[in-house]
Design a protein around this ligand. Structure first.
Ligand code: SF4
Length: 124
């Protein structure tokens, strides 16, 4: 039951932070505690969990003369992945540079089963 309540608080906080981020660029922690009628300790514990999950981030701000944090929803974006592929070994396959590739087929005049270039490549 306690676990269910914590999950519900996480979802509620995430929903509010997401909405406030969209409309106002985020929400100050103390304002959020006031909206949810929770204390700083309970709210901070849940917020830090969401921060660790990468769902929100905290930026230090001064609000009403006090140092606090602004909570901002982190838009999930697909990180670009840089994949290095070395095509050199593939480019050694004679078919990639063969002028008759489009006419080559099993049983045809140009035939991979009888091709000397391909056989030489495969047996090297
Ligand atoms: S099998 Fe031989 S003829 Fe056919 S595409 Fe490859 S290199 Fe060319």
């Amino acid at each position: 039951m306690i676990r269910l309540m914590q999950k519900s608080l996480e979802d509620t906080i995430l929903e509010i932070v997401k909405e406030k981020t969209k409309n106002e660029g985020g929400i100050v922690q103390s304002v959020l505690w006031g909206l949810l009628e929770i204390d700083n300790r309970e709210g901070t514990k849940t917020v830090l969990k969401l921060v660790r999950m990468g769902l929100i981030k905290r930026e230090p701000v001064v609000h009403k003369g006090r140092r606090t944090y602004k909570l901002i929803y982190v838009t999930r974006k697909i990180n670009s992945v840089k994949v290095m592929i070395n095509l050199n070994p593939v480019m050694d396959v004679p078919c990639f540079t063969c002028k008759t590739l489009e006419r080559c087929s099993a049983g045809g005049y140009f035939n991979p089963f009888r091709c000397i270039k391909l056989s030489t490549y495969l047996c090297r």
